[in-house]
Structures are given as structure tokens and as C-alpha cells.
Write a protein that binds this ligand. Structure first.
Ligand SMILES: [Zn+2]
Length: 110
């Protein structure tokens, strides 16, 4: 399954959206036997496998519940940090499915 250029599938709601509307997440390797940790990667500086999702609580929770992170990264991963970091963002607007967060894309330059 491939997406058109510049378009990515949200692993939460499965909608295909422009990548500027999504946030990339990647894995930070953990020590020992802990699962790798899913972290936001807004500058796309982390090499290796990544996943994309809307920076919205609804999509995050859906991705966690459906184990979409584990599926995307093909291993067990820890999602507490990504949940905390993305839900701390000021997006408590109660946005429902389909409405788009006006997210800053300052870090998008390559
Ligand atoms: Zn989504």
C-alpha cells in the first residue's frame, strides 16, 4: 500500500491527509528489555521506520487501542510518551472527526 506523494495515512483514523496536517512519529530505542518508545519526530530527523497521525487525542487513542503503533513499527512499542506529549499540546478544542487542527508547520523545511 503506497500513498501519493505528500500524502500520508493517519494510523489512528486511517484517513489519507496531507503530510503537513499529520505529525510523524518514530522510535527511540530503549535500553535493555524495554520496548522502544514512540516519540514525535516533527523534523523527520529520526531515521528508520516512521508512522504518521493527526496530532489529535482521538486519533492517538484510536491508534493505541487498535495497536496501530505496534503494527506500523512491527514490534512492541511504548506509547505512553507519545500520548503524553501530543495530548499536552493545546488542542483541547473538543474537535471532532473531520475538523483539522491549524497546526504550525514551521519545522517542515527540509
Ligand atoms: Zn487521524
Amino acid at each position: 500500500m503506497s500513498s501519493p506523494p505528500g500524502r500520508r495515512t493517519c494510523i489512528g483514523c486511517r484517513a489519507i491527509d496531507d503530510q503537513t496536517a499529520l505529525v510523524r512519529v518514530a522510535l527511540r530505542p530503549s535500553e535493555g528489555k524495554q520496548p522502544d518508545v514512540v516519540v514525535p519526530d516533527p523534523e523527520r530527523s529520526v531515521h528508520g521506520r516512521g508512522a504518521w497521525l493527526h496530532p489529535r487525542r482521538a486519533c492517538l487513542e484510536r491508534a493505541v487501542r487498535a495497536k496501530s503503533f505496534a503494527r506500523s513499527f512491527r514490534r512492541a512499542v511504548a506509547t505512553e510518551e507519545i500520548l503524553r506529549r501530543l495530548t499536552e499540546a493545546p488542542d483541547e478544542s473538543g474537535a471532532d472527526q473531520g475538523s483539522r487542527q491549524p497546526m504550525s508547520t514551521d519545522a517542515d523545511a527540509s
